[in-house]
Write a protein that binds this ligand. Structure first.
Ligand code: C5P
Length: 222
């Protein structure tokens, strides 16, 4: 039986990660935050003394990562550091890095760990490149000020000093890098459900997403 895949894409701090985790927990599916993979390549490159902006170094790191090594890096606290996030958006623009991570993502979708019946993958190109045949695709977004405000409050909540104006500028830069890059730019798949969470709380976003998923024949009765 084919695994049931839910593809969730969207810009930074759109709420897609929280939403993806909750959908996966509700349905008993496996969840993969694919941004973590690009962060893992950046972190591993940095730890080896390399520069994530160096395409050759990043590609060599990505090719050398085993599934076990990826698993270890995904649990590393350094994954969430700012430097790792900035490095991730640079390595993500390198075609050889994306190619090296493609099989890991497709294998996760086809054979979710733990024997789960389905998988939720969230990222930037899940519905367009990684799983174009996913029976449910969502594109989660929110206006840039709302996303910057959420990220700012999250940083303060974690005890990290932050300035709203700087967070907003970073968010705009990241949006520009993610949407304008030549390879797998951030864009909704033609058949994606557009979910703008600017005026929604987490529960409302979850309800809207589940209503859409359950409207798809493949997920009838879930
Ligand atoms: O979502 P997160 O901030 O963890 O992603 C880190 C970086 O990885 C993003 O800036 C984006 O450039 C990249 N990414 C990507 N494709 C994905 C997921 C993330 O290019 N599927």
């Amino acid at each position: 039986m084919n695994s049931l895949v839910i593809a969730i894409d969207g810009p930074a701090a759109s709420g897609k990660g929280t939403l993806g985790r909750r959908i996966a927990a509700t349905l008993g599916y496996a969840h993969l935050d694919t941004g973590g993979l690009y962060r893992a390549v950046a972190l591993s490159t940095l730890r080896a003394g390399g520069d994530p902006g160096d395409a050759e170094a990043a590609a060599a790191t990505a090719r050398a990562l085993s599934a076990d090594a990826i698993g270890t890096l995904l649990a590393d606290p350094g994954l969430r550091d700012d430097a790792t996030g900035v490095g991730a958006s640079k390595v993500a623009a390198v075609p050889a890095v994306r190619q090296a991570l493609l099989e890991f993502q497709r294998a996760f979708a086809a054979r979710p760990p733990g024997g789960a019946k389905g998988a939720v993958l969230d990222g930037r190109d899940i519905g367009t490149v990684i799983c174009p045949d996913a029976p449910a695709k969502l594109f989660v977004t929110a206006d840039v000020e709302t996303r910057a405000r959420r990220r700012f409050e999250e940083l303060l909540g974690r005890g990290i000093p932050a300035i709203y104006a700087a967070v907003l500028e970073d968010m705009k830069d990241r949006d520009a890098r993610d949407s304008q890059r030549a390879v797998a730019p951030l864009k909704p798949a033609d058949d994606a459900f557009l979910l703008n969470t600017s005026a929604l709380n987490a529960n409302q976003a979850f309800d809207a997403a589940m209503t859409f998923i359950r409207s798809k024949p493949a997920f009838a009765g879930v």
